[in-house]
Design a protein around this ligand. Structure first.
Ligand SMILES: *Cc1c(COP(=O)(O)O)cnc(C)c1O
Length: 387
């Protein structure tokens, strides 16, 4: 089955009891035990709830995993996966990971005896060098945020397998529609379902899929034991989002490709980062491991002043953190996702004061281009009057 079909027909979409066309919201924390001798499938909703279970089955199907798990947020999903490691474990992670994951791995997990080395994993020789005897896991994002740098999924998974390391990838930017890391050898796939999977800027959620029964038991132990489960209403909202995932990704990606080309030729735009552009250093590698370049791109203006003018003149995109929604969202990493990073460190990582990230939504392509065009023209006009 093609993804477009699968994301509507995983087998749990129709309620077996009533034929309802959408999975009911089982607003119940506990379940009557009908039979003294037969333990029920559901007994308490932290351990399992039919609504959450339906979502977990869907994400497992979509990612091609053995099992799926739904958490209260993307961060709850990420930290729950790291809680399966023992104290004394060491992790190798790619440099430009999501800020919240960086905070958890650099500030919280060290207190539990789990430490992380961050390296540039677009260069595989750095991976070899970072691995120690106590290394237990590799954690990456590709394409990364905000420069859309691409890591070789097959090669890193292969390396992890050879060294006996758990391989974990945050697949949020691609969604299961565009990239399926289990098929390339990855053990654990994580999504912030707050982004493309939910898709409507109305729910915070996280999902995990795993490729073995053993990992499934380990993640379940943390999900049930630590308890950062996704509630039933939010589970339902995520399932509703998934029904249109492929249609949204396709449309947004098509517009993102056109916007990237537009920014690429604009004289006020210094640089465009998008794996769908031929000059992107990871373009070919990305093409070999994903179905498309996605709906997120970054571009660089001359200065913070230019960014401010652009934002003041834009009418359509939200100016906000987050991504992956029906509406376009423009983010300013220097003041948002990377605000906590010292300026020099931020600049050293290529996150300049002129860098913007755009998550492309479902607005008409020409309307979006026209909006950016008039806002960029306003920057040019202001520059010429101050000269
Ligand atoms: C947003 C995001 C997260 C965190 O997810 P929350 O749902 O906000 O907790 C993790 N990884 C990536 C790539 C994200 O964009």
């Amino acid at each position: 089955m093609k993804f477009e079909t699968l994301n509507l027909h995983t087998g749990v979409e129709v309620d077996g009891q009533t034929g309802a066309a959408s999975v009911p919201i089982y607003q119940a924390s506990t379940f009557h035990q009908f039979d003294w001798d037969q333990p029920p499938e559901f007994d308490y909703a932290r351990s399992g709830n039919p609504t959450r279970q339906a979502l977990e089955k869907i994400i497992a199907e979509l990612e091609g995993g053995k099992a799926g798990f739904a958490f209260a947020s993307g961060m709850a999903a990420i930290t729950s996966v790291f809680l399966t490691l023992e104290a004394g474990s060491h992790v190798v992670a790619c440099e430009d990971i999501y800020g919240g994951a960086f905070r958890a791995l650099s500030q919280i997990f060290p207190r539990l005896g789990i430490t992380t080395t961050f390296v540039d994993l677009t260069d595989l020789s750095q991976l070899e060098k970072a691995v120690r005897p106590e290394t237990k896991a590799i954690y990456i994002e590709t394409p990364s945020n905000p420069q859309l740098r691409v890591i070789d999924l097959k090669a890193v998974a292969q390396f992890a397998k050879e060294k006996g390391l758990l391989s974990i990838v945050d697949n949020t930017f691609m969604s299961p529609y565009l990239q399926n890391p289990h098929a390339l050898g990855w053990d654990v796939v994580i999504h912030s379902a707050t982004k493309f999977i939910g898709g409507h800027s109305d729910v915070v959620a996280g999902l995990v899929t795993v490729n073995s029964e053993e990992l499934s038991q380990k993640v379940y132990q943390i999900q049930n034991g630590f308890g950062s489960i996704l509630g039933v209403h939010d589970s339902w909202l995520v399932m509703r989002g998934i029904k249109t995932l492929s249609a949204r990704m396709k449309q947004s990606q098509e517009t993102a490709q056109k916007l990237a080309a537009y920014f690429d030729q604009h004289p006020l735009v210094k640089q465009v980062y998008y794996p769908g552009l031929a000059h992107h250093p990871g373009a070919l590698l990305h093409q070999s491991q994903a179905k498309g370049p996605g709906a997120v791109l970054s571009f660089e203006l001359e200065s913070e002043e230019a960014v401010r003018r652009l934002v003041e003149h834009l009418r359509l995109p939200l100016f906000a953190v987050s991504l992956g929604a029906v509406e376009s969202i423009l983010s300013y990493p220097a003041r948002m996702s990377h605000a906590a990073m010292p300026r020099e460190e931020r600049h050293a990582r290529g996150i300049s004061d002129g860098l913007l990230r755009l998550s492309v939504g479902l607005e008409d392509t020409d309307d979006l281009i026209a909006d950016f065009d008039q806002a960029l023209a306003a920057i040019a006009a202001a520059a010429s009057t101050t000269k």
